[in-house]
Design a protein around this ligand. Structure first.
Ligand code: C2G
Length: 137
């Protein structure tokens, strides 16, 4: 449990890069928050993105974190340094529910021994890649 979580609160955790923040990001965070009383968000570091996608995000990790932390539905943020540490983060934050978009469907089922695992439908027709492409045109 982190220092700010109160006993009896239902803690929801989710993870993401949230680069070039858009309405799909906002909607999944708002829906994730509705699964409990407290939403904690792991922001993928720039290095994790370089390892995963071979390029850094458009926005620096400190800016991505600042944007997500400012949202009304978000209670706390931290950096996600590695995908393999997810179980550790769930335990450290005493999360009751892990929420992810369904592009990750089935990928985190192993964590169901630590918390409830929920996949939510992605918002159609928007992604960071599409926004970048549109700006380029
Ligand atoms: N998302 C969504 N609808 C979209 C786009 C994204 O619901 N149109 C969701 C994704 O499913 C994800 C969250 O928004 O749950 C963050 O998306 P990304 O920033 O693309 O996150 P990603 O790079 O997939 O990082 O440990 C997991 C990773 O850190 C997730």
């Amino acid at each position: 449990m982190d220092n700010f979580t109160q006993v009896g609160e239902k803690v929801v955790i989710t993870f993401g890069t949230f680069d070039v923040f858009h309405v799909g990001h906002l909607r999944i965070l708002e829906r994730a928050a509705s699964y409990g009383n407290r939403l904690i968000v792991g922001i993928s570091t720039d290095q994790l993105n370089i390892n995963k996608k071979g390029r850094p995000p458009v926005y620096h990790q400190d800016e991505r974190m600042e944007i997500v932390a400012a949202l009304r539905c978000v209670d706390d943020v931290f950096f996600e340094e590695s995908l393999e540490l997810k179980g550790q983060y769930i335990t450290d934050k005493a999360a009751d529910v892990l929420v992810m978009g369904d592009d990750w469907q089935g990928k985190f089922d192993d964590y169901s021994n630590l918390c409830e695992v929920v996949y939510l439908t992605r918002t159609p027709s928007i992604s960071t890649t599409e926004v970048i492409e549109k700006i380029r045109l």
